[in-house]
Design a protein. Sequence first.
Lengths: 457, 484
Amino acid sequence: MPFIPHTDDDVRGMLAAIGIPGIDSLFDEIPAELRARALDGIPLAASEMQIGRLMSERAARDGKRLNFIGAGAYEHHVPSAVWAIVTRGEYYSAYTPYQAEASQGTLQLLYEYQSMMTSLTGMDASNASLYDGATAVAEACLMAVRAHRRSKSQRILLPAALHPRYRDTVRAVAGNQKLAFELLPYDASGGQTTLASLEQYRGQDVTALVIQQPNFFGTLEDVDALTDRAHEMGMLVIAVVNPTSLAILKPPGEWGAKGVDIVCGEGQPLGVPLSSGGPYFGFMTTRMEHVRQMPGRIVGRTVDLDDKPGFTLTLQAREQHIRRSKATSNICTNQGLLVTAATIYMSLLGPKGLSQVAATCLERSGQLVDALTRVPGVRLAFGGPRFHEALLLLDRPVRGVLEALAARGVVGGLDVTADYPSLGHGLLVCATETRTPEDVETYRSALADVMKNAAAA
Amino acid sequence: MREKLIFEHSARGRSAEAQYPLEAARASVPEALRRRTAPRLPEVSELQAVRHFTRLSQLNFSIDTHFYPLGSCTMKYNPRACNQYAMLPEFLGRHPLAPDSTGQGILQCLHELQEMLKEVTGMRGVSLTPMAGAQGEFAGVAMIRAYHDARNDRARNEIIVPDAAHGTNPATATMCGCTVKEIPSLPNGDIDLGALEAAVGPQTAGIMLTNPSTLGVFERRIHEVARIVHEAGGLLYYDGANLNAILGKVRPGDMGFDVIHMNLHKTFSTPHGGGGPGSGAVGVGERLLPFMPVPVVGREGDRYRWFDERDLPQSIGRLSAFMGNTGVLLRAYIYMRMLGREGMHRVSEFATLNANYLMARLTDAGFELAYPERRAGHEFIVTLRREAREYGTTAMDFAKRLLDYGFHAPTTYFPLLVPECLLIEPTETESKQELDAFVDAMVAIREEARTDPAKLKGAPYTLPVRRLDDVRAAKQLDLAWKSA
């Protein structure tokens, strides 16, 4: 029996100790009419060798392609040491550190993670993770409603340049609690959220403004002006940031005169592979004055009976297992193992490595944009400053171009036409430090080929 | 053993230079948007980092190193094959938004997982997107609300939960904009049907139940419960936290549930990872099919693709930026394929055998059960109220002392209605020998409690730290390292 250690002797002895004739008696409290029939829809058991072969065949069928999509999930080099350590059984097969004395490894690592994230974002306190970037924004909106006691409106401003799937998730997760979301437009030439769009809310009760930096188009927002204007108008400010970019971009804690109130985002760029969509992790940091409104696990340093330092989960009175229906969130299991990866990643990269990664991303994506916009029928949508992504506009439908590129081994970016129809045929492209100048040239020549063929057709 | 903070290993100018590009890239960021002071990340060599995080790992208890009978958490062995084959480079390197045509292999795995979960739960549709049990609960209650709303039955905003429910149930109801009504359990652990009859009405959106309940016993009159709630116009939500107890034996769909979530990190043995990632896949009956969270994997002929809002216009929407914890789903898929049709019911049989054996041994040894007249499911509750009264030792003292004996403690003080309780879940992957050793430890600790209760109060002694000051942790908040 796979993974079940019992011998026949064991079973006989155990049944005798319980005082029943067979295992079936253990289920005698379940009404007979409820007993399940045979599960014919499930295949027969496969050995590890068989399943290994099956999975390898399916993986080979999907193959590997040169990737130029970002859009919230970024391909970075992950040091070999990261996942070699993350998959140690002591991290991989432990649970939430409820028994602190038996979980000091995980707890100290989380404390180190919190320390790194507060410094990276320029804030005071971090939680131990949320599910992903999108749900982190949803939780940040709910947190802002709790934290902003003078605001009663539960109105939140979301930029149209915020990741469209984040906007969807925020609505799905927070919409049931009667939060109202309103869209802020972006400037058609620069691709940035306009300061002027905030003016129509002057004198009104608005709970919070969300700012994504860089925004969905890869464009850098004028974060200082937006933060100051929102604060002046009585709103809290929620920053949604790419952690890699913070090695070279101003941390949200320093935006404007006072800095933002809540920072959140997708942690995947920090040592987590693309993995076909997950698991990733969401991060969140805030100012000390709002820490009791923050959702999720938080680790604190304290002392033991011998007055020696140690780590434990703290401020648990916020959480569902204590506060039940009055909790800050229903979150319980979060994304601990991914935070383990991120902490090891940030330790291996250090301040210099992370800033080299960020700068190389910026340079390479600049080269990509230069190369692709030389192809006839391709132009850059916005002129504003960027990080490592850019929106291109094609002279024809994007979908067919992407399929033709995929057939040539290039995953050429994300078709955003359905999300931004007014822009035309929008193609969002990204290059990180993992793309070489040769990769950029491969993409350019494939795209030139595809555009020429399609034109001929 | 203690380990310094990573920051205390740090020295300015040191770095793991093999890990980042060395080219002199020009970062053309406008001056006003540029970072002025470097973030305080550690500056360590690769070996220093590897040694530090390896040492930290050695301070943890885990399934791979210790018996971990944490009730309600199903800490069973996580087969290594699941990790190895979920981490094939093609799966890891694939961008979630790459065209479906480039991911037919992985989509087929996920589609087959949906089908297997439907079969084993008796539901009509499955969405894999929820990223943990609590998010599965959220999806379930949001679907119940969407169902009532679609019928213009908008007054239904009350969710009923038994008093023994996991804390995420009431917290979820609140997140979905519902109010919570708690109903009591009978002394034998069953739901008080009279109280349920009195609680339901035109305001009832639904009820959230675990079966077997968090009290470790099977709700025998589940058909009655379903009838009462359905007749009142509400729907039934199954919290799959305890699915391990009935896998292959009873299907929630056959019990009358309209929606369930499954904790793949419990029943289907994906790792708990020190607090996630989990997966809270949801299954629905006929009535809730149109409302499932997107995306779900659809099959058209021999091709697979993601179905989104265009295919399911009444969907409750998206619960993540992409498609949930895909890597966790692959691990669950591999696990289910390795167990196969013939292995599903063995899970519940041996999980239940282990729980009832351990319960019988502890009873023989003189420990008091919370529900002595009931069969245990895959877990059971011991109450240490007599030991508390006679020796002044608490359940927490027993838990901490168990750590010294090399066992992770069971869940303590949950469910809330049983005083001084330990909720014990051994799982099917533990041997009789391990269970016997646990009984020996419990007996030895009780003897210590009788002769030297102070010894328990001071436990643990052999771990990296002794008992920690939680009050100080919450009052003098130290949440991040600051350089001296």
